[in-house]
Design a protein around this ligand. Structure first.
Ligand code: SF4
Length: 110
């Protein structure tokens, strides 16, 4: 699941409609021009960013991010975002490790 879906801003899954009956990507994008194809918006966004050869190409978080932080500002620098993703990934690794070290339910020390 991409960050777009987590944030409920993947228009293939969720559409927002303004009081003026205009479809938009998400509430934070009210007043911006809508994409030409809502169903292909996220896949088109990341495909374009990768084709351009910018920061998203080769990004270790591209599968879960899909260029979320490059819209609408394609030149946004993701250094801080990537540091946050790394922290979350490390926390997830530690949690998995802790869970794997736990004895099966009911066999632990009282
Ligand atoms: S973190 Fe930044 S560089 Fe990486 S995929 Fe997301 S938008 Fe692209």
């Amino acid at each position: 699941m991409s960050l777009w879906a987590v944030q409920e801003e993947d228009p293939r899954r969720i559409r927002y409609v303004t009081d003026q009956n205009e479809e938009i990507v998400g509430k934070r994008f009210i007043g911006m021009a809508p994409p030409s194809d809502f169903n292909e918006f996220v896949s088109g966004q990341i495909a374009g960013l990768i084709t351009e050869g910018g920061e998203c190409r080769g990004c270790e978080f591209v599968d879960s991010c899909s260029g979320y932080f490059k819209w609408p500002a394609r030149n946004y620098r993701c250094d801080t975002v990537k540091a946050l993703f790394r922290t979350l990934a490390e926390a997830a690794r530690e949690l998995r490790s802790d869970l794997a070290a736990c004895p099966p339910n009911g066999t632990g020390v009282a």
